[in-house]
Design a protein around this ligand. Structure first.
Ligand code: ADP
Ligand code: MG
Ligand code: ZN
Length: 626
């Protein structure tokens, strides 16, 4: 779609005002550099000399001003020497008396009259500046398209869909429910009369809610593309500026422009940047007023426009719906909310189909398998995955993308790009090997419906020195308590292996511990899985459901309960640790043999791994630790 930036001519009025100001400035400068008439340079002497000359009676007359005393000697002290001298006056009350005593003729200068220009300037300039500043602010808060400066203009980009490049619903996959809801919106935009004739109220605001990269922006473009109407896109953060009032003016400007192009769509991305709950943000210093004003303006605008047959529909996207101000969600505003979630298995398949069509695939590539291996990927991740695979194929000078490229691309997307340059010391490598094998063996024996697919000690990404890849064998939406305990034990498997083999722990397990503790905390605080504490949610809802939770504020609990929670979390993690230790001690020989193999090959996967892990046994005592 072509992008048109809104560009009205720069404000002329402001230009004139500027000119006038500059003119005055120049005048001021010039007048201050003008030489003071009648003040030619005369040699300066110390005051003491002047006094002694007066006392000597050698001074004929003196002319006293604020800045200097000029005096004329009765005769020049030497041939060619000046007979007129000057000195700087000091506060001397006796001077007139002294001069009189020695018969010096003296006069003082009349108080200096300021020049006409100076007077005029000092009277005119300050009020002028004052008026200008006032006017500037007044205009800014009046806003509108003719605001005083460009920062009151909305920075919205306007897309006008044209035939070749428009996005349609066919370009979005895996979010069928959202599509269905939005089809209705397209209908409103295309034939508003049908709805208004019956007296139905056309919805004004639709809020797309979902994690990043799931296609919210894409969907709203598709709505515009399907309806064939202009599409204004702006990010919530673009409203919020340093200057109080700028955001509100931009909102006004945006809606004004949109009304001219109605029927059309306004899309506000990252609505949470302006729509944060006002109650929740109390006490935050700075920026608050501005956001509140912007939000109020948005609410006013949404309440305001009601053109019957020329609808302006506001779409907005957020991944933190729970932080939004309740006022935004009231009827007549964003009363419709559409969930755009991560795609499920079949959704991932259709998204992969879309992007696979854009690259040359080798025959026999199995997209179903790929879809299975990418549980939890968003649409953007999948698009990225296919592109990575194509890059890999191109780099190795192949003409089509093969399954191997896609598999490697998965790992790249999951674990970040391979870091060939990072070399581990041999002893470090050994620790990493045992650590990863520890994860793999415990992970293999734990319940939870994932199988260990790969162990690698090739460093990847920023932090991971090695990794163990677990793939789910089936799509799961619910985890049982046992699954979660298994996950904790698996996470602790790495550290446990280090403890058993080296009798010491390294910093390599920090991320594992973080995740294990998070899971344990959620089990107790969010899922009510503790027998001691019962089915109560000690964490307040409010942490993001989409972004993986964590950091939820705790409900107000008694000290005793808080202690009990901490103790219970600790018990869960300790128990999982015991379990991992017991499993690994019991499978010590297996751990040794796999570790030796991986130190040689760096990567073990597929059937090799399956066969190796098949000989692991679950010790009785580890089952008992529950
Ligand atoms: P969001 O706005 O939800 O963060 P975007 O719409 O910006 O996500 O998605 C980024 C890119 O990822 C899109 O341009 C598109 O290429 C791809 N994408 C994301 N979700 C989907 C989907 N459901 N179907 C097809 N492509 C998708
Ligand atoms: Mg987006
Ligand atoms: Zn680990």
């Amino acid at each position: 779609m072509p992008i048109r930036k809104d560009d009205t001519p720069p404000n002329r009025r402001f230009g004139i005002v500027n000119l006038v100001l500059i003119g005055f400035g120049v005048l001021l400068l010039v007048s201050s550099f003008l030489p003071n008439q009648g003040m030619q340079q005369v040699p300066r002497v110390p005051y003491s000399l002047f006094v002694s000359q007066v006392d000597d009676g050698s001074v004929r007359r003196a002319y006293i001003t604020q800045e200097q005393i000029r005096y004329e000697l009765k005769e020049a002290p030497a041939e060619g020497a000046p007979s007129v001298l000057a000195t700087t006056p000091i506060f001397d009350m006796d001077l007139p008396k002294r001069l009189e005593e020695h018969g010096v003729e003296f006069a003082a200068a009349p108080p200096q009259k300021p020049s006409f220009i100076t007077t005029a300037l000092s009277w005119i300039v300050p009020p002028l500046i004052f008026i200008l500043v006032l006017q500037f602010f007044a205009r800014r808060s009046m806003g509108g398209a003719q605001g005083a400066l460009s920062f009151t203009k909305s920075k919205a980009k306007v897309y006008v869909p044209d035939e070749e490049s428009r996005v349609t619903f066919a370009d979005v996959a895996g979010v069928d429910e959202a599509k269905q809801e939005l089809t209705e919106i397209v209908d409103f935009l295309k034939t508003p009369e049908r709805y208004t004739a019956i007296g139905a109220r056309i919805p004004k605001g639709v809020l797309l809610v979902g994690p990043p990269g799931t296609g919210k922006t894409l969907l709203s473009k598709a709505v515009a593309g399907e309806a064939g109407v202009p599409f204004f896109i702006i990010s919530g953060s673009e409203f919020v500026e340093l200057f109080v009032g700028a955001g509100a003016a931009r909102v006004r400007d945006l809606f004004e422009e949109a009304k001219k192009k109605a029927p059309c769509i306004i899309f506000i991305d990252e609505l949470d940047a302006i729509g944060k709950s006002r109650a929740g943000s109390m006490g935050v210093v700075g920026g608050n007023d501005e956001r509140e004003q912007t939000l109020n303006q948005l609410l006013t605008e949404m309440d305001g426009f009601a053109a019957k047959d020329k609808p302006v529909i506001v779409l907005a996207a957020t991944n933190q719906p729970e932080t939004l101000d309740a006022a935004l969600l009231r009827p007549g505003r964003f009363d419709r909310q559409v969930l755009v979630d991560r795609p499920d298995l079949s959704g991932r398949k259709t998204i992969l189909d879309i992007y696979a069509r854009k690259v040359k695939l080798a025959p026999g590539v199995d997209l179903d398998k790929l879809a299975q291996a990418t549980s939890g990927f968003s649409g953007a991740d999948l698009a990225n995955l296919v592109n990575e695979a194509a890059l890999l194929a191109a780099r190795s000078k192949r003409t089509s993308v093969e399954q191997g490229d896609l598999n490697e691309a998965i790992e790249r997307v999951v674990a970040g790009l391979e870091k060939k340059s990072r070399v581990l010391q041999p002893d470090e490598k050994k620790v990493v090997a045992y650590h990863e094998v520890g994860h793999a063996i415990v992970g293999h024996l734990m319940p939870g419906g994932s199988k260990v697919a790969k162990i690698s000690i090739v460093p990847r990404g920023m932090a991971a020195l090695g990794y163990t890849l677990q793939l789910p064998t089936e799509e799961r939406f619910l985890n049982s308590k046992e699954d979660l305990e298994g996950q904790i034990a698996t996470l602790l498997g790495g550290r446990s292996a280090e403890e058993i083999v080296f009798g010491a722990v390294t910093t390599g397990a920090a991320n594992d511990l973080q995740r294990a503790t998070d899971i344990a905390e959620q089990m107790v605080g969010t899922y009510g899985m503790s027998e001691v504490l019962g089915p109560l949610a000690y964490d307040k809802q409010g942490g993001s459901r989409f972004l993986g939770g964590g950091n939820n504020p705790r409900r107000v609990v008694s000290d005793a309960t808080a202690q009990a929670i901490d103790k219970e979390v600790r018990t869960l993690v300790d128990r999982a640790h015991e379990r991992a230790l017991s499993i690994l001690r019991h499978n010590r020989d297996l751990m040794e043999s796999i570790s030796h193999q991986i130190l040689e090959k760096e990567v073990i996967e597929g059937d090799d791994l399956k066969n190796l892990l098949a000989s692991s046994v679950m010790p009785e005592e580890a089952v008992a630790i529950v």
